[in-house]
Design a protein around this ligand. Structure first.
Ligand code: CA
Length: 221
């Protein structure tokens, strides 16, 4: 899952990015409205966290411009406590939810997860592929009823394969969805995570399609 943070308070942006990265999200941060609009128009994000008071272009205008361009990525607006702007205006411009500063990190993560669950077809909270169960809400994985402990990044890779179960998913697609924009290292890093997943989950689930990528198939191990 990829998240774009558009926030000009660098300390807040940095701590949000750190927290969401630890939760297994791939996070990009920009500090101006214009960069936010640009990046959100180009990148394939699953969610955008958008501050309202931003240099360059305010959050309302960024949000309205994205919606006018047909980009339906869920947007969580961050509003200032002084109520300078009201929430109704944020929702009118196409934001999906809003959060008033200062907010607790726990509340932010809960809102982020709720918005991701609400999204159209990818919204299933639990993915079942054969005897594999990926619980996207609790971030837990089990196979044949036995829980399997995964790192945040392993979970992100498996989740993406499970959302697209039965389809061939290329390394580049896995990278794009599970790593942030700044990662421009070797795409073969994906192989490392796939081997770890195979070791932990057991045989038969993740099939290599030579030269094309991977496919998650229903298997009973
Ligand atoms: Ca601001």
């Amino acid at each position: 899952m990829r998240v774009l943070i558009v926030e000009d308070e660098t300390r807040l942006a940095r701590s949000l990015a750190r927290g969401l990265t630890a939760e297994g999200f791939a996070v990009d941060v920009v500090h101006t409205g214009t960069d936010g609009l640009h990046r959100a128009s180009e990148g394939s994000y699953d969610l955008i966290i958008l501050d309202i008071m931003l240099p360059g272009m305010n959050g309302y205008r960024v949000c309205a411009a994205l919606r006018a361009a047909g980009i339906e990525t869920p947007i969580l607006m961050l509003t200032a406590k002084d109520g300078e702007y009201d929430e109704a205006e944020g929702l009118d411009t196409g934001a999906d939810d809003y959060l008033t500063k200062p907010f607790s990190y726990v509340v932010l993560v809960a809102r982020v997860r709720a918005l991701l669950r609400r999204r159209g077809s990818g919204a299933a909270p639990e993915l079942r592929v054969g005897d594999l169960v990926v619980d996207r809400t609790a971030r837990r994985v089990s196979r044949a009823g036995a829980e399997v402990g995964l790192t945040a990044k392993e979970f992100a890779v498996l989740e993406h394969l499970a959302v697209r179960a039965g389809e061939i998913v290329s390394k580049a697609e896995i990278l794009e969805h599970s790593w942030d924009f700044a990662y421009d290292g070797d795409p073969n890093i994906v192989e490392v995570y796939v081997s770890a997943l195979r070791r932990k989950l057991g045989p038969g689930l993740i099939v290599t399609v030579r030269g094309a990528g991977y496919r998650l198939v229903a298997a009973h191990g």
